[in-house]
Design a protein around this ligand. Sequence first.
Ligand code: ADP
Ligand code: MG
Length: 611
Amino acid sequence: MSLLQISDPTITNENLKKFVVGIDLGTTNSLIASYDLNLRIYQENSSKLIPSVVGIQKDDNILVGNNACLQSDSDTTIIRSIKRIMGLSYEDINKLDHQENFPVVRAQNDLPCIAVNDKEYSAIDISSKILSHLKQLAESMENKTLDGAVITVPAYFNDIQRQATKNAAKLSGINVLRLLNEPTAAALAYGLESNETGSFVIYDFGGGTFDVSVLNLDKGIFKVLSTDGNTRLGGDDIDNAISIWLSNNYSFMKKYSYSEIKEYAKSIKESIANEESISIKVNENPVTLSQDQFQDIIAPILNETFEIVKNAITASGLSPSEIKNIILVGGSTRINCIKNLLEKKFSCSVLNNIDPDIVVAHGAAIQASLLSGNNKDNILLLDVLPLSLGIETYGGLAEKVILRNTPIPIKLRKTFTTFKDGQSKLLINVIQGERELVDDCNSLGSFILSDIPSMVAGGPRIDVDFQIDADGILSVSATETTTGNTSRIEVKPSYGLSESDITQMINDSNESAEIDMNLRRLNESIVEGKRVVYALEQALNNDGKDLLSNEEYQSIIDKLDILKSSISGDNSDLIEHGIREVEKQSEFYVERRMNSSIKSLIAGKGIDDIL
Ligand code: ADP
Ligand code: MG
């Protein structure tokens, strides 16, 4: 029964409404906005985009956003792009192909941190400074305390990265209503405004990352069909490409530091738009770049993004002709030729009528308003699982429980059993990946279900439940059904699985499908062979000598030996043949065992008792 809400008609609706916001916590820039019939973006120094930059001064004073960017003295340590290392381990950061602009050290707890003035700051600490800054900005402009926020994260953020974002919000005193995938937020912004139905591609090209998602919108229901991307591809790469061109074509550029050249490159990029060519003066020296040259320089980068779009469409199961629109998100989509190239390549119209800088924050603000009950229209948001999840079964085989591209949130159950008689424990190894063998997948964590009551192999029923909540966080539990014993874990996926890893894993699985199937067959035959050997040896130990003549006994042992030696090889045909031979040779023995157990059942009983 729901409670009736009684309101005083003299109090305006305004006072009953919760103050909730959407936050686009970007790698380069962040935004904070609220939505109540209209969108309101909270600005800093009349700028909607708030640089995701933190400056730590000598006296440990913290500056965030534009104020941090303005500091150029050597006494202030400037930290940019902290989002890149959110949720990564120290080892992961060392493995990154690209060094970050801040020194990362190993803290006492083994976690990575940034050491400044003898203090250690984790990525969560730095991120929370940005969030606190955004919160203060909105609160001071509304003169209200914030009740909650929807924070956007890249679709590829794994559980740890999502948890890290939540923890940063907690540290800054923000109540997280929900984490929302960035492309889903963008779709929400467009879906409500234009009331469209169909399949769409979200092309999000930011400062340092590229994300693409294929979405389906129908009657207010958003479903993400597939996602793909590259965490190391963005406007920054375009700035680098132009910088290299400048250095190669203008020898006087040698006088400038790389970061100075890059600033010139960036300003050329951001002002070339529809111009035939652009000329700037670098300390009295003229520099000219034509639109054609510009497009040639950036072509390899744009082609990489188009390739990723193609892959995402393939993964969604749709054909390119089924895509109604491509929606542009992120500052780098202001590059004019992107729209035309996409239209030509994918033969569909490209939507860019919402400012690509604010579209994610816009969608997050709408979602926050919906979740807080401020808005009556109900929209269900579905995101999608990037890689299949499952558990390891006997023989190192991967058993998938939830398939990749399944919409989340979701709860699914599969029932498993034991391999050995009297087995009292079961190790549940949770894995992520598309391959058939556990060794080729990613282990997300494992736990043990113990106190399984003693039963014959295959007797116990163990229900394994996978649950992924709306934030994309996975928990797995295992329950033995007769006793109700349960064990569970909140799965912490292996640190820093980037989407290039994910793409690699999917490509590997496509390329290795046949090899995998053969390996799976081999593993299954080995498991089955071992099961047959185990069961027969147990039986022979029990009553073999009583029920069989020496000759019969030996004939079964001979076949068993052949089977055992085939199991140690890698020929599944041979193993399957060995199993059939053993079964044939032991048929009469199995029959005698059955007769003997019936005899023992009826022993001492009169015929009347039996019929
Ligand atoms: P993020 O999502 O990574 O925080 P943004 O979506 O804010 O990034 O995009 C920032 C990028 O957009 C920067 O590389 C910036 O140079 C680029 N950008 C901004 N305006 C333009 C423009 N007019 N033309 C080309 N690139 C632009
Ligand atoms: Mg962005």
